[in-house]
Design a binder for this molecule. Structure first.
Ligand SMILES: C[S@@+](CC[C@H](N)C(=O)[O-])C[C@H]1O[C@@H](n2cnc3c(N)ncnc32)[C@H](O)[C@@H]1O
Length: 184
């Protein structure tokens, strides 16, 4: 069985937590990383690593001295990535995005997320977005992929600038790029 099919089966088996039956497309892997800085010593955070397709793209994008913290609630997905991506810049955290502030005390340069907001309560969703906003550097982005437009308003409530792009696939994938802009 090829790897893509194995990933789809693992996602389908855990559908109520993954919210998807396949990995996001190659186009999304590229688009969602477009605001990540290539400068040295940056901190990037990912929510919802799955089998690590976007994780690998983030690692391909960042500098050798930057690091990536990735949050994933599913233990077997964490083990899968641990065995398949050997990179000293990658720190896997087997915990939910809602616990970001328990683990990260540094300024964040970008948040890259594919967690299923449609499955969260409004309060939980807003709290994840607000916590990420609080830790992001000024002029930095939180980029989120989802299969619906319906959560865009939550991001607009927290971020000063939000734009949504779409990628027409079998399921349309929407990417929200949300920028923190504090005028000083
Ligand atoms: C749609 S899958 C995306 C996986 C992969 N990043 C991709 O692009 O195909 C969503 C992932 O988020 C994880 N997840 C769900 N709720 C989460 C949470 N609260 N915090 C962190 N990860 C979560 C799921 O286990 C799943 O791996």
């Amino acid at each position: 069985m090829n790897q893509k099919l194995k990933t789809s089966l693992a996602f389908a088996k855990n559908l109520l937590v993954t919210g998807a039956i396949s990995e996001t497309s190659r186009q999304v892997e590229i688009d969602i990383c477009k605001h990540i800085s290539k400068e040295n010593s940056k901190v990037i955070v990912e929510f919802g690593m799955g089998h690590g397709n976007i994780t690998q793209e983030i690692l391909n994008t960042i500098s050798p001295t930057s690091k990536l913290y990735t949050f994933e609630v599913n233990k077997s997905f964490c083990n899968h990535v641990k065995n398949n991506i050997k990179d000293h810049r990658l720190i896997i955290i087997n915990d939910g995005a809602e616990n970001l502030k328990l683990h990260i005390k540094e300024d964040i340069n970008a948040v890259i997320s594919s967690i299923p907001f449609s499955f969260f309560s409004k309060e939980k969703g807003l709290s994840i977005i607000q916590n990420a906003y609080d830790l992001l550097e000024n002029n930095a982005y939180y980029s989120q992929v989802l299969y619906t437009k319906f959560n865009f308003k939550k991001f607009q409530q927290v971020f000063e600038k939000c734009e949504m792009t779409s990628n027409k696939n079998f399921f349309t994938e929407y990417i929200y790029h949300c920028k923190k802009v504090i005028k000083v």
